[in-house]
Design a protein around this ligand. Structure first.
Ligand code: HEC
Length: 542
């Protein structure tokens, strides 16, 4: 019989730090003009102002006249960074912005080091297509991208081969069932090493890199705010927006900390989950403002009430199941079925599970095929349960009444579905990691349609339908970008993020503002090349 532990969080949570700030955003503006080495106006340059007191950075793009304006700043000390791929970036420390704002103009010199500046996908795209590449993309990009100095350093064939056992060991997660290790089974270390070295994988390779074109249209009006979270060991996974308060919440994976962030001033409050080391993975709100979390390393689920600070722990999932993602509705909120149950995937358990929050009862439904890992999950209008099997080209459909599972095979042999979303028209959307595309499955028609992403080999991760507009948001960590897809026009709009190695995870939408949120995961710790995790907000000024 299921066991439900109830814990009053009042005595368990503690406040780590509160960066005090007034209740409203600041009123100061930093503005100016960006030109190239010849004094010509330069558009599409990200100018980022980082408030060194509040540890939050606001970035905007320069317009066609080279003008930029960052409004709503607190009077404070700022680090200003000016960056566009193809030009030498500039960083200015200690820029003081007072009540009446400040003006700074910048001149950017052209750079010959484009390869160093390019996002990870540009390097992956330089590798020749074929079976080796497919295995490399699925096996070697699930935990980190190849974006920082350590992962990009040039290596000989032998040095690449020697990395394999180390990665395999990390991938086994010390667990009996070998964690993700089998995703690496198909890779022969010697062949992989020779292939990577022979194809000159690395920034010093003789590949020709072309800087992406400057942003235009809606993308030019992006305002991106980055909120620093935690210290060097912080490892955020997902984040979520509380629909009742607009507060941003993010989990620190290993210590099991829930961190509440005030979007205005990055004031943070930290709550300790009762399960330290539980592996705080997915965070998802229901419509009433209850936050549901999966504790992946301890095969548990927690619900948390931000109003009372109370955690409930549900701990009766199979050992080693690695509780993973929740089914959400067309607005991205936890979906309860007609029996009041919620549904989640078990990444290592090769199953999905229902959880009745009232009784704590759990029921697990195994996937018939042993290939792949249950990942993103969604319920259709008939309450059939659909889930992606990462590392295979299967999407499973479970009828909970009969317990019958139907397998749907994606068209590509190397397809690999990720975190899926369902829209109000019963269409499933999933990134396809194998082909860097967005794939739609129309449940009524039983047909797949694939939309290749403009950035190749870009490790798309999560799809999220915007319930208000019907558009699909896809985060593309390998390209340091978030895409918006409009099903009516079948076109993508690319929003490139201001910072290199922007390893985004789940996307969350704030329907009160229309803002798009995600987290930048520092897991494995430090692979983004910075000493903290981040939560980011994408605001569209137009
Ligand atoms: C299960 C997660 C996981 C998988 C899968 C994985 N890595 Fe890693 N990788 C890590 C972690 C964690 C680190 C950081 C290790 C450290 O700091 O000691 C890392 C670091 C690296 C580095 C930096 C150099 C170093 O020694 O730390 C390279 C290069 C790298 N990985 C390549 C690969 C390749 C190639 C594959 C596929 C064969 C792969 N990784 C698969 C987790 C993974």
């Amino acid at each position: 019989m299921a066991r439900l532990i109830r814990l009053i969080g009042g005595c368990l949570f503690f406040s780590l730090l509160i960066l005090a700030g007034p209740g409203a955003a600041g009123a100061a503006t930093l503005g100016g003009k960006v030109t190239d080495g010849n004094g010509r106006a330069l558009s599409g340059v990200y100018v980022s102002a980082k408030d060194l007191v509040r540890k939050m950075a606001v970035s905007v793009l320069s317009d066609a006249h080279g003008r930029y304006e960052i409004a709503g700043l607190f009077p404070s000390r700022y680090r200003v960074r000016v960056r566009r791929i193809g030009f030498q970036p500039l960083t200015l420390d200690g820029v003081v912005v007072g009540d009446s704002g400040a003006t700074r103009n910048f001149r950017l010199a052209a750079s010959s080091e484009i390869g160093q500046q390019m996002p990870a996908n540009a390097w992956l795209a330089s590798l020749p297509a074929g079976p080796m590449k497919s295995k490399f993309l699925v096996g070697c990009t699930i935990c980190h991208q190849f974006g920082n100095a350590a992962t990009r350093a040039p290596r000989s064939a032998q040095e690449w081969s020697q990395l394999y056992p180390k990665m395999r060991q990390i991938a086994s997660l010390g667990s009996e069932n070998q964690g993700y290790a089998h995703l690496l089974d198909d890779l022969d270390p010697q062949q992989l090493g020779q292939w990577l070295a022979a194809n000159g994988f690395g920034p010093h390779a003789a590949h020709h890199f072309t800087a992406p074109p400057a942003a235009t249209g809606a993308a030019l009006h992006a305002v991106v705010t980055e909120y620093d979270v935690g210290g060097p060991m912080a490892g955020a996974h997902d984040m979520a927006i509380d629909p009742t308060t607009g507060m941003a919440w993010v989990g620190d994976f290993f210590p099991g900390l829930l961190i509440r962030i005030n979007p205005i001033n990055n004031a943070q409050k930290t709550y300790q989950s009762p399960v330290r080391g539980g592996g705080l993975h997915t965070l998802q709100f229901d419509r009433n403002g209850i936050l549901w979390c999966t504790l992946m390393l301890s095969e548990m689920v927690a619900s948390f009430d931000p109003k009372t600070g109370q955690f409930n722990i549900y701990d009766h999932f199979s050992r080693g199941s690695a509780t993973h993602s929740f089914a959400t509705d067309a607005f991205g909120y936890i979906q309860y079925d007609r029996h009041g149950r919620l549904w989640l995937s078990e990444f290592m358990g090769n199953a999905v599970a229902s959880l009745d929050p009232k009784s704590g009862q759990v029921r697990e439904y195994p996937s018939p095929s042993r290939v792949g890992h249950p990942y993103g999950i969604a319920l259709d209008s008939k309450e059939h349960v659909w889930y992606a099997k990462y590392g295979s080209n299967l999407i499973d459909e479970l009828d909970p009444e009969s317990g019958r599972v139907t397998e749907h095979r994606m068209p590509g042999a190397d397809s690999s579905p990720h975190r899926i979303t369902i829209d109000a028209k019963d269409r499933l959307w999933t990134p396809d990691d194998g082909y860097s595309s967005l794939v739609m499955y129309d449940i009524a028609k039983g047909t797949f349609k694939s939309y290749p992403l403009p950035d190749k080999d870009s490790s798309p991760y999560a799809a999220r339908v915007d319930g208000a507009t019907g558009r699909i948001w896809v985060n593309v960590p390998g390209a340091d970008a978030i895409y918006r897809f409009d099903p009516a026009t079948e076109r993508f709009t690319i929003f490139r993020l201001p910072s290199p190695v922007s390893y985004t995870r789940m996307v969350s939408i704030d329907y009160a503002t229309g803002d798009i949120w995600s987290s930048l995961s520092n897991l494995p710790t430090g692979h983004m090349g910075r000493d903290h995790a981040e939560v980011i907000r994408l605001h569209l000024a137009q």
